[in-house]
Design a protein. Structure first.
Length: 267
């Protein structure tokens, strides 16, 4: 055998369709605790950096054999893979996320294949709170029947800014934690120089097709519904103008805590 001849004993190739980076919805910090990230038919692996890498998906099987350059079709972003993310430790609410595939390796910034997609997870009702956060503990129910509404999106809005978001569990319970409220801030009232509270609005948005309704008797007895709520909060928010909503005005303060009961009318 020629001394310059190389013999291949083993080949290891990693083809990647996308990488997901779960983040805390309040702090935007990367969640380092192991999560369950799954999607029907897809192979998803957690790497050493804590990213969840989508390696295979039958709809993009041709990509697995194309290493130098991806196939021209399907076009970038023309398909959608629905991913389920759950926290075994129970600190975060489970959620769905829609991932547009294939990712474009030639794109810039967050649209690039080489940029991990952030997936925000919202705190569970029993999650730990940070210092100076304002905690809203919300119970959401159908106004007429009293059924608990699970899988509702909660938003805290001040002016045009969304300060915080949360999701309700099957009991209709949600924790919405608002971070970054100053202990004192400038007032718009000419008779007051500083104030310790800010005005905001709590908004609940519920998709009857995706969320759950559980009779209050079952909630009190601790009997969850056959299907626990698992929703895509981004999809709910994008359709908020078309979905049933309820809202309540609030006064928020750092280190404050509010217990709220919110009723929502459904068609």
């Amino acid at each position: 055998m020629n001394a310059d001849t190389l013999r291949e004993l083993e080949r290891v190739e990693w083809r990647v369709l996308a990488a997901l980076r779960p983040i805390d919805a309040i702090t935007a910090a990367t969640i380092v605790a192991p999560l369950r990230v799954t999607a029907e038919g897809a192979r998803i692996v957690r790497n050493r950096s804590g990213l969840y890498v989508i390696h295979e998906w039958p709809a993009l099987a041709a990509h697995a054999a194309a290493f130098d350059a991806p196939p021209a079709l399907p076009a970038p972003g023309s398909l959608a893979l629905t991913v389920s993310v759950a926290d075994p430790a129970g600190q975060y609410q489970p959620r769905l996320a829609r991932i547009a595939l294939p990712r474009d390796p030639a794109a810039a910034g967050e649209d690039s294949l080489f940029s991990a997609l952030p997936i925000a997870l919202h705190p569970a009702p029993g999650a730990r709170l940070g210092i100076n956060w304002c905690a809203l503990r919300v119970s959401l129910a159908h106004r007429t029947s009293g059924d608990a509404l699970g899988g509702a999106l909660l938003r805290v809005v001040a002016g045009d800014a969304v300060l915080a978001r949360g999701l309700s569990d099957w009991r209709g319970e949600a924790l919405v934690a608002v971070a970054g409220i100053p202990v004192t801030t400038w007032s718009e009232d000419e008779d007051a120089v500083v104030v310790s509270h800010i005005a905001a609005t709590l908004e609940a948005i519920f998709d009857p097709a995706a969320g759950t309704r559980t009779p209050m008797a079952h909630v009190r007895a601790g009997h969850p519904p056959p299907r626990l709520p698992l929703v895509d909060p981004d999809a709910i928010e994008s359709r908020r103008a078309l979905l049933p909503r309820a809202q309540q005005d609030l006064s928020l303060a750092a280190r404050g805590a509010l217990n709220l009961n919110l009723g929502l009318d459904l068609p």
